[in-house]
Write a protein that binds this ligand. Structure first.
Ligand code: T6T
Length: 330
């Protein structure tokens, strides 16, 4: 081999190794003061603000740097993808903790980050089928941290069924078909209702994560199905839209409402008798854990689990005044 060819080969090899290990490769020794994490939320809503708080507190406690990207005003890949492009261009981040807003559309943009040496932890929502340990185009994230959406929704459906004597027609209002979390909730709720032979889901609407759309859709579902006994909103804007529609139609109490996400507004609706159940996720815990895992993997060089589900609690009329529950509102 000529000297030139050998030099070229060595350069290519060196570049490849650098690309693979990247700024954050486990092979490199990174001091905690050099660790730079970026948090990319899904949309501007109380759930992601609470996750930010948990992540920032943990970052401060551990002495690492955490930046928070701009908050997208819409639940939309076209808004979230440019944030990732800017993160790559910044040449600063070792790890991105992100709630991807679509399970397909975010695979390639996140892979580009990964190829630049940036590790990925998905928080709340996932990419692909969320199984990062099996070989696939989306197996590159380090880990996933989020709620057990399916189980939570089964629980809500079964509890709501008891409240309506296990009979009647039910409505679901949700975000988009590409959102892993709300699809899991929709499926879990359908599973729960299927345990009751005299109950039926009569309509499912997708609102694009827009509260005004959720409200209009619910109003029209109430008109189309005057004998609805219950409705389920799968996240903040879906639930707030559902509960506003039921209230505006003068049907509070007659149509039971199960809400996902414990915002101040939904807790107030529970107090006013406009909502019957509110599931609280633990976003601050998810955010804190993502920072802890980033540290453990990149600074301590320890293995971290590929995924974990964080817990949830359910507010109802009996526990709403319990001071212990206060901490779960976001
Ligand atoms: O319900 C949360 C989150 O878990 C979901 O993935 C998207 O919607 C929220 O952010 C609430 O609006």
């Amino acid at each position: 081999m000529s000297g030139l060819k050998l030099t070229l080969l060595l350069t290519v090899l060196l570049l490849t190794v650098t690309m693979i290990s990247g700024a954050s490769g486990q092979g490199e020794s990174l001091d905690k003061t050099d660790l730079n994490i970026l948090y990319v939320p899904g949309v501007a809503d109380p759930f992601y603000y609470s996750m930010e708080k948990g992540a920032l507190m943990k970052a401060e406690e551990m002495g690492v740097s955490l930046d928070v990207s701009e908050y997208p005003e819409l639940w939309e890949p076209a808004v979230q993808i440019p944030i990732l492009k800017r993160a790559i261009a910044a040449k600063k981040y070792d790890l991105i903790m992100i709630a991807p807003v679509a399970n397909d559309a975010l695979i390639v943009p996140l892979k580009e980050c990964y190829n630049q040496g940036i590790q990925i932890i998905t928080v709340d929502t996932k990419i692909g089928d969320g199984l990062y340990t099996l070989p696939s185009d989306w197996s590159f994230p380090l880990a996933h941290i989020g709620t057990d959406n399916f189980a939570g929704a089964v629980y809500l459906a079964e509890t709501l069924a008891e409240q309506v004597n296990e009979k009647g027609k039910v409505y679901i209002n949700t975000t988009t078909e590409e959102t892993s979390t709300t699809e899991e909730r929709k499926n879990g709720f359908m599973e729960g209702i299927s345990h009751f032979p005299e109950m039926e889901i009569v309509q499912i609407d997708y609102n694009g994560d827009l509260q005004t759309v959720a409200m209009k859709q619910t109003l029209s579902a109430l008109m189309k199905n005057p004998d609805l006994v219950a409705a389920f909103g799968t996240n903040v804007f879906s639930s707030q839209g559902v509960s506003a529609a039921v209230k505006n139609a003068g049907l509070s109490g007659a149509v039971r409402v199960a809400a996902w996400d414990a915002t101040d507004s939904l807790i107030a609706s529970l107090r006013n008798g406009e909502v019957d159940l509110v599931l609280a996720q633990k976003p601050a815990e998810i955010g804190a854990l993502a920072v802890e895992w980033a540290y453990k993997y990149l600074i301590d060089h320890k293995e971290i689990p590929p995924s974990i589900t964080s817990g949830y609690v359910v507010f109802n009329k009996s526990n709403i005044n319990n001071p212990e529950m206060e901490q779960y509102i976001y």
